[in-house]
Design a protein around this ligand. Structure first.
Ligand code: NAP
Ligand code: HSE
Length: 428
């Protein structure tokens, strides 16, 4: 029986999870791949750190020990970051090794270069763990839904923000308090800005949209807004309007163009994504043949993400045996134009505080009418002395129209504060 040798770049949360699975399920994996799969060496920063599931692994702080070892068949990059991970992956491919990576930051920026290099080398570059941890969405888009033209993909693809929004919504707690709790529980990073600002979700969306529409989307192409401005009041109004608020990654193929955006959205409670709560992730995909589908699971963590890494290792091992590495690398054969954010068309929730006087509501209606926007509903509640909180829900309009109306509303002397503006998402 052939032995497949792995060289790990990194052995932290994900690396040790993959090692645990390779050890615990060794017998089944051996039968499924007709191979013994062995982690030969692993690059780390700190050689003195105690590491679980590390028996018989040669730890090193020198990348060349892994990259230049002719015995290593598959390099598993689970160190993260852009550099030196990019250089190491390019070098591994150049040296004729297959690569498995979990690195969304890198793929969302340099995917094209990496996939082209893998193709030239005739090697595999697999990346299931880069999006939504244990949910096998990459294989779904590359293979299982390959018969379809995909028109829309909506995802809850950041567990930290979904945890925060769920706790705020269900318990009426404020953002800062729940964020601190998410950090204590280890869901959010110690610097959670990439999570709460939407950038982590945008990286994942860039990877998913590239696969869904066969057209390269990179991180700077994605419109991003985070959740920091969401308050318990907004969540309460969402509920009154039959919605829940989610940080959504939204990718749509419309009129020949691609729209990619990450932002909090009012989502009808009847939508399948609306009941995805806590740290869970889910991705809803609409294909012309299959219709609506949804994939749900744990989007992060040592074993769920390790599951994706090991599944990739198993598939690459099978490809090595059949001599079919590089059979599906880059799938971006289109070059579709991106929709400008000014042209995004959605309904909006606008919450503001105004003076409670005659003609104020009529003037607000006029200011929106001048931007050619009509209202779907209006809620007004008294607030303190001669003030009123107003929630305006618009019919769908272009982002540019909404900005025009908001400029006028902010300049209006009876407007005291515009608290928040949140887009609606109907689902497909
Ligand atoms: P982690 O726990 O911080 O582990 C990183 C590992 O890489 C550590 O072993 C570290 O060494 C090593 N390392 C980092 N930079 C290095 C350098 N310059 N030279 C040598 N070794 C270096 O990170 P992780 O959570 O496992 O994440 C790994 C990758 O998986 C990232 O791309 C991440 O985005 C992705 N990912 C993570 C999750 C998750 O749930 N954690 C989910 C999906 C995807 P030391 O151990 O010595 O510090
Ligand atoms: N910080 C990420 C999340 C981890 O909260 O979903 C997985 O990428």
């Amino acid at each position: 029986m052939k032995t497949i040798h792995l060289g790990f770049l990194g052995f932290g949360t994900v690396g040790s999870g993959a090692a645990q699975i390779l050890e615990q399920n060794a017998q089944d994996i051996e039968t499924r791949t007709e191979s013994k799969i062995r982690i030969k060496s692993a690059l780390v920063r700190n050689l003195d750190k105690p590491r679980p599931f590390a028996e018989n692994i040669a730890f090193t702080d020198k990348a060349e020990t892994v990259l230049e070892d002719p015995e290593i068949d598959i390099v598993v990059e689970v160190m993260g970051g852009i550099e030196p991970a990019r250089t190491y992956i390019l070098e591994a491919l150049g040296r004729g090794k297959n690569v498995v990576t979990a690195n969304k930051d890198l793929l969302a920026l340099h995917g094209e270069e990496l996939f082209n290099t893998a193709k030239q080398a005739g090697k595999d570059l697999y990346f299931e763990a880069s999006v939504a941890g244990g949910i096998p969405i990459i294989a779904v888009l590359k293979q299982s839904l390959a018969a379809n033209k995909i028109s829309a993909l909506l995802g809850i693809i950041n567990g930290t923000t979904n945890y925060i929004l769920t706790a705020m919504s269900e318990q009426g707690r404020n953002y800062a308090e729940v964020l601190a709790e998410a950090q204590e529980l280890g869901y959010a990073e110690s610097d959670p800005s990439a999570d709460v600002d939407g950038v982590d979700a945008a990286r994942k969306l860039a990877i998913l949209a590239s696969l869904a529409f066969n057209s390269r989307v990179t991180l700077p192409d994605v419109f991003v807004e985070g959740i920091a401005k969401i308050t318990p009041e907004d969540l309460q109004y969402a509920s009154e309007l039959g919605c829940t608020v989610k940080l959504l990654g939204i990718a749509k193929h419309l009129d020949g163009g691609v729209e990619v955006r990450v932002h909090p959205a009012f989502l009808p409670k009847s939508h399948p994504l609306a009941s995805v709560n806590g740290v869970f992730n889910a991705i809803y995909v609409v294909g012309d043949a299959v219709g609506e589908t949804m994939f749900y699971g744990k989007g992060a963590g040592s074993l769920p993400t390790g599951s994706a890494v090991v599944s990739d290792i198993i598939q690459v091992t099978r490809n090595i045996h059949t001599g079919s590495t590089s059979s599906i690398n880059c799938t971006c054969y289109h070059n579709l134009p991106l929709t400008e954010s000014q042209d995004f068309t959605t309904a909006y929730y606008v919450r503001l505080l105004v003076k409670d006087e005659p003609r104020v509501l009529a003037t607000l209606a006029l200011l929106f009418a001048e931007a050619n926007i009509s209202f779907a509903s209006i809620i007004q509640k008294p607030r303190g002395h001669e003030q009123a909180e107003i929630v305006l829900v618009t019919h769908p309009c272009r982002e540019a129209q909404l900005q025009d109306a908001l400029d006028s509303v902010k300049a209006y002397s009876k407007t005291l504060t515009v608290y928040n503006v949140i887009r609606f998402e109907s689902g497909i």
